[in-house]
Unconditional design. Structure first.
Length: 367
């Protein structure tokens, strides 16, 4: 089975009741890119990549589509096997893992359909039928953050993430304490995520001031060297997110022991193929991690849920999906949804999601 054609689509994902605020700015809509891969046997696979705007990471929507236009012609005739396609992509274009991820996800979708198996089976097998999700509270006032924490506790979420880094450290400390009080005794895990918005000084100050609150601190500062310097001075475990740019960095951080876990983004690493390797590295070092992406619709959500279902329960921090923050689904019936703080693994072959192609209009380009 070989790749016969590739089509690329653009679609806007509007933020419900937006904007959504993080340490570096507000988000009102995200520009997502969808890939439709058709094989010479008539099987169709879908993939997606959705960078979180131009400032979050060295990735952006126009860049994804430009990279895909460079990759697609050279992939025609390639065997639909993840290793073969990844090798071919790396020979055609250096870097741009976030664009290659959309192709990689589409390959898994097509391969699963061709052998009538879900993607979880191709990744080693599902360990659960549904995965725990977590809710991310954006930059809010103390009162609003506390109210949202109460709501999400009632809704059954097992983990709560709080965005910080846009206020002063003193306000961040107040918000952390308010949220910590709301979820105390519930068993909910608590992550405080600065998205690189703190200095090392602020990270130390906040951690020491919140010493009594059980939580982890995720990506407080911009660079790996800052994380290395911070680790012995924090009162809390340290997770790396934005600096987990590739498998080499994951191996470095896991081997050196300067982080206690990871916030993984599927497309940042390059798709399901490298994410499965990152999962196994973490299993070898007993490092907890999430399986997420920065944003995206049903296809990207389904890929994250399939991968999350294969992670050891004691190391799995959950899967965040954008569904609660955006309007509508590509697949009205099978698009991933959060119920009681969990996401059911989509049933069916491949990703288990069949997008309504008519939503996307004409392709930006096709080969």
């Amino acid at each position: 089975m070989k790749i016969a054609s590739i089509s690329v689509f653009q679609h806007d994902l509007r933020v419900k009741n937006g904007p959504y605020t993080m340490s570096y700015g507000e988000i009102t809509a995200l520009d997502t890119t969808l890939v439709k891969l058709v094989t010479d046997t008539g099987v169709t696979g879908w993939g997606e990549t959705c960078p979180l705007g131009p400032l979050y990471a060295p990735a952006h929507a126009d860049g994804a589509r430009t990279a895909l236009s460079a990759l697609a012609p050279g992939l025609i005739g390639t065997d639909v096997l993840s290793g073969a396609v990844m090798h071919q992509m790396d020979g055609l274009l250096n870097g741009h893992a976030y664009a290659k991820a959309a192709i990689d996800i589409a390959v898994y979708d097509a391969l699963g359909k061709s052998v009538q198996k879900p993607v979880t089976d191709l990744l080693g097998g599902a360990l659960r039928k549904s995965v725990p999700s977590y809710y991310a509270i954006g930059i809010e006032t103390p009162d609003t953050a506390a109210r949202i924490a109460r709501e999400k506790r009632r809704e059954g979420y097992q983990r709560l993430q709080l965005k910080v880094g846009a206020h002063s450290p003193e306000v961040d400390i107040e918000i952390i304490h308010r949220v910590g009080q709301e979820i105390a005794g519930s068993g909910m895990r608590f992550a405080v995520d600065a998205n690189r918005g703190w200095t090392t000084r602020d990270a130390i100050f906040v951690s020491q001031a919140c010493r009594a609150i059980p939580m982890i601190i995720e990506q407080p500062c911009k660079t790996v060297s800052e994380l290395i310097a911070l680790r012995p001075q924090l009162a809390h475990p340290l997770y790396m997110d934005e600096n987990s740019v590739d498998l080499d960095r994951v191996i470095q951080a896991a081997g050196a022991g300067f982080v206690d876990g990871f916030g993984f983004k599927l497309t940042r690493l390059g798709g399901l193929t490298p994410m499965s390797t990152a999962r196994d590295i973490c299993a070898a070092r007993n490092l907890p991690h999430t399986v997420d992406d920065a944003w995206g619709g049903d296809l990207l959500a389904a890929a994250c849920v399939h991968m999350g279902a294969t992670v050891r329960a004691d190391l799995f921090e959950g899967t965040w999906i954008a569904a609660p923050y955006i309007d509508g689904h590509y697949d009205a019936k099978s698009g991933p949804r959060i119920e009681d703080g969990h996401i059911a693994v989509p049933e069916g072959d491949g990703l288990g999601v069949t997008p309504d192609e008519g939503m996307f209009g004409a392709p930006v380009f096709a080969t």
